[in-house]
Design a binder for this molecule. Structure first.
Ligand SMILES: Cc1ncc(C[n+]2csc(CCOP(=O)(O)OP(=O)(O)O)c2C)c(N)n1
Ligand code: SF4
Length: 278
C-alpha cells in the first residue's frame, strides 16, 4: 500500500498493538497513548515509517502498545538510541517517550545534548513528578516538600525546570500538554512531529498510585494565554514566570536541524567484521 492510500485509511486504532497496557487504572499514560495514536492517524503516516523509542519506567512501556516500530531501551538512554537511529535512517519519523526520572535523572545529560544537537525528532516526557515504576521515589521535578516514607520531610531540593533547560540548550519546539486532554495533546504532537529539529513536549501525566494529589491537575491546567513565539528571550520570560500549568506551544524556533550525511549502515557480516579487525 502506498503512503497516500495508507493516509486515507488511517484511524487511531490502526496504530494500537494487541498488547494490553498494564498501567494502574486511572494512570495518565493511558491518555498519552490515545494522543499518540490520534496524532499518528492525523499525520497519516504508515506505522512502519514511525519508530517509538523509550527508556525504562511505566511511561517507557508505550512503544509496546503501538504497532509502530519500537525500541524499549536502557534506562535514561532513549535519546542516544533515537539519535543514532535518526541520523542513519532519516526517512523515519522518530518519537521518543520518557518519564521525568528516566529523562531528567539518569538521562539528564542526554537531554541537554539532544536539545543542542537539534536532530529532527520529537521527545515526549510524561511528567508525573515521581518514579512510578520503582514505587514512588522523588524525581528531579518533585516538589521539595513531597513528604513520604521514602523521602521523610521532603527532599528540600529545588525542582528541575525542563522547559527552561530545553530552551537554553537549543530545543527548536517547546510545548506543554495535559494527558487528560487527549485531543489537544494529539494536535500539539502533530505540530511537534512536523516541526523541523528537536521538539520537546512535556505532558503532565498523573501517577494516581503514588501521587493521588495529581488528580487535581485537571482543575489547575489552563491554555497558555499567549501565542507561540520564535523569540527565545520572550519564551524564556514566559516559561520562567508561568505557573507550570500553562498548556500549549510555548516556543517555535527556526534553527536548522543537525542532519549529518553518513550514509546507510551496512548489514553485511563481512563489513562488520572488517570494522572490528585489529
Ligand atoms: C540503570 C538503571 N537504574 C535504575 C533503574 C530502576 N528504575 C527503573 S524505572 C526507574 C524510574 C522511573 O521513573 P520515571 O522515568 O519517572 O517513569 P514512571 O515510572 O514514573 O513513568 C528507575 C529508577 C533501572 N531500571 N536501570
Ligand atoms: S505506578 Fe503511577 S505511573 Fe506507574 S502505571 Fe501506576 S499510576 Fe501510572
Amino acid at each position: 500500500m502506498s503512503s497516500v492510500e495508507t493516509r486515507l485509511a488511517c484511524k487511531p486504532a490502526d496504530y494500537k498493538s494487541d498488547i494490553k497496557p498494564i498501567w494502574c487504572p486511572g494512570c495518565g499514560d493511558y491518555h498519552v497513548l490515545m494522543s499518540f495514536t490520534r496524532a499518528f492517524a492525523q499525520l497519516g503516516l504508515p506505522p512502519e515509517e514511525i519508530v517509538v523509542v523509550s527508556g525504562i519506567g511505566c511511561s517507557s512501556r508505550i512503544p509496546a502498545y503501538t504497532n509502530c516500530y519500537g525500541f524499549h531501551g536502557v534506562h535514561g538512554r532513549s535519546l542516544a538510541l533515537a539519535a543514532g537511529l535518526k541520523v542513519t535512517r532519516p526517512e523515519l519519523t522518530v518519537v521518543v517517550a520518557s518519564g521525568d526520572g528516566d529523562g531528567y535523572s539518569i538521562g539528564g545529560n542526554h537531554f541537554l545534548h539532544a536539545c543542542r544537537r537539534n536532530i529532527d525528532m520529537t521527545y515526549v516526557v510524561m511528567d508525573n513528578r515521581v518514579y512510578g515504576m520503582t514505587k514512588g521515589q522523588p524525581s528531579p521535578t518533585t516538589e521539595p516538600d513531597f513528604d513520604t516514607a521514602l523521602s521523610p520531610g521532603g527532599t528540600g531540593l529545588r525542582p528541575f525546570h525542563p522547559l527552561v533547560i530545553a530552551l537554553a540548550s537549543g530545543a527548536n519546539f517547546i510545548a506543554r500538554c495535559f494527558s487528560g486532554e487527549p485531543n489537544e495533546t494529539a494536535s500539539i504532537l502533530v505540530e511537534a512531529i512536523q516541526h523541523p529539529g528537536f521538539s520537546f513536549v512535556e505532558i503532565l501525566s498523573p501517577c494516581v498510585t503514588f501521587r493521588p494529589d495529581e488528580k487535581d491537575w485537571k482543575d489547575l491546567v489552563h491554555p497558555a494565554p499567549v501565542a507561540p513565539t520564535n523569540d527565545p528571550a520572550k519564551a524564556a520570560r514566559r516559561i520562567m514566570t508561568d505557573d507550570g500549568f500553562n498548556i500549549g506551544i510555548l516556543y517555535r524556533g527556526d534553527r536548522k536541524p543537525y542532519a549529518p550525511a553518513i550514509g546507510r549502515p551496512s548489514n553485511e557480516l563481512a563489513d562488520l567484521e572488517k570494522d572490528f579487525e585489529l
